[in-house]
Design a protein around this ligand. Structure first.
Ligand code: FES
Length: 78
């Protein structure tokens, strides 16, 4: 989905920018130009940024030391 029409920025661009270290709307503006023209995309871009940051935090959180999952996935289950 296009987030910023003025600069042809999509959610994927924002996700990639977050993976590359962006953590604020200001950084998205500097890297991608988001909200740098008309500014109508600022709210949507901020929501996408927040979502990408939450996803990154969830994925990057390691399991507690000594944690052993009590389940196993077989190839058939996937
Ligand atoms: S839609 Fe993003 S600056 Fe205009």
């Amino acid at each position: 989905m296009y987030v910023c029409v003025c600069n042809a920025v999509t959610e994927r661009h924002i996700d990639q920018a977050v993976r590359d270290g962006a953590t604020s709307l200001r950084e998205l503006r500097e890297r991608l130009g988001v909200a740098g023209c008309c500014g109508r995309c600022a709210t949507c871009a901020r929501d996408c940024l927040r979502s990408a940051l939450e996803e990154r935090t969830t994925v990057a959180t390691p399991a507690p030391f000594g944690f052993v999952p009590s389940y196993s996935l077989s190839a058939e289950a996937i």
